[in-house]
Design a protein around this ligand. Sequence first.
Ligand code: C2O
Ligand code: CU
Ligand code: CU
Length: 578
Amino acid sequence: MKRRDMLKKSLGGGALLAFTNPIDLISNASKVQAKDSSVGNPLRFPPVFTNGGTMTLSETNVNVWPGQNTLGMVINGSYPGPSVVIQKGATFTANFVNQLNEPATIHWHGVSTPELMDGHPKDAIPAGGNYTYTFPVGNRGGTYFYHAHADMRTAEQVYKGFAGFFIVDDLAELPLNLPRGNFDIPLCLQDHRIADIPQFTYNVQMNDMMFGYLGDTVLVNGTPEAYLNVNTTLYRFRILNGSNGRVYKVALSDNSPFHIIATDGGLKDAAVQATSFYLSPGERVDILINFSSYAIGQSVTLKSQAFSAPGMGTYRQGIELDLLRFDITGNQSSGGVVPASMPSITYYNPAEVKAARNFILSVAGGTMNVHKINGLSFEMERIDWQTPLNSLEEWKIVNATNNLHPMHSHEAQFQVYSRNGITDLAPNDKGWKDTVLVYPFETVRTLVKFTEYKGIFLYHCHNLEHEDDGMMLNFKIVDPIGINETGETLPDTFELKQNFPNPFNPSTSISFDLNVSGNVEMNVYDQTGKLVATLVDNYVPAGSHKVIFNASGLSSGEYFVRMVAGDIVKTIKMTLVK
Ligand code: C2O
Ligand code: CU
Ligand code: CU
């Protein structure tokens, strides 16, 4: 059997088993327990999507809790949606049909796509419409996913089931001898509310808006009280947090160690042993668990350990939850190993940062648009900043709230550099990331570079209630500094001319010629060096430009105009006479 088929088989192998078990809740196990398969439901696997096929989104009954119907918003009648499994380098195509009575769009989270394939809310497909998503898959092998992204409808549509795996398989991983086939298991975690069983009722109250729409039971691949029969061997689990707002502290019930081998953007540079890790909405972590120390007949449970977090009410962040019970039932070997070494990752050098941007997360009083980034709420038409291609940037996230915010960038995998200045990172932070959890009052520095496509993309909090509340900005990836339309590299120079008139009162014009497009900053300072005005702070196309400086609020004296583009700084002096 081809490797690809084996992976497919593993994903589709357990598809849609019949449920005959009662809905008893599994009690929280604190250690290895005797196996009791009379409780719970066998872990389900979504069907595998056939590349080039159709993804039809509709409001459809799905079977989640045994013998009961749940009205979901799902792709091809499946919750979670069908799993995409695709080779790195192949072209992915899906014909999307929106049969909902509202707009919808599919976003390929973590996957680099051209602007119009990214599922931005501006490109939502109207009710009854359809659209073909197609793009070459250039990402590293890894665990990605797709989900709803229509404006202010993301949270509800995801909660109702509109999400699925997008797994990129890279044959270059074969020499590592990681567990594959039936021993390579995707796990999608989504919390729901026991009180609403069997419905995915979505009715956001104030508390939900603040802390996320949290549940008190976790569905794994859409399975309530899930269990999986495993062998006494090594397994790979690809764990996706597909929840709206819940953060998990993933661990085994007996605190056994496992190995973290991948983050959002694929394999790490080393398998790192751990006993727990945090996984926030949008994040993925792949782990290797070795069941060889258990005896047939035993069980151990993957769970979310209790942790302290802000929040209150019935559905609290940080409560202990069971995720998936492993029943040890066989002794087949996966043949997989924990790799002694893995291909290296080139870490960005902060000394090479070309532009630094700050993102201040805040929350204001009120009921709508209270979650903000740099004081801004999302505006569909507004571009909040421009980032040139191939330019390393530092994005510093300052969380000024007593709340958790998983910050996600579309279009590129980035690297976490430090948390509160500490560069010694947890294994789930180190590697390629597209989402980083920022704890209350924390400052996280990330290094990011866009190398593929130009266009408008999103940066937002992946707590979906926060996102829908407007904690999201648009940025535009533009031509790089120093490269003209034909791709020719030009010297990075500009001319800053003397202002006219000079002396002036109260306004004067300042002209400059830029020989290449680039980010320009032009500030006016007084004689003491105090900043009095910012005249330009954005990406400026090559050519001649003129800005007007109005000094009506200032007093007579000398002022300095300082212009920065690339590595070059130029200054002129001007005189205000009132
Ligand atoms: Cu997974 Cu913009 O989102
Ligand atoms: Cu995304
Ligand atoms: Cu948030």
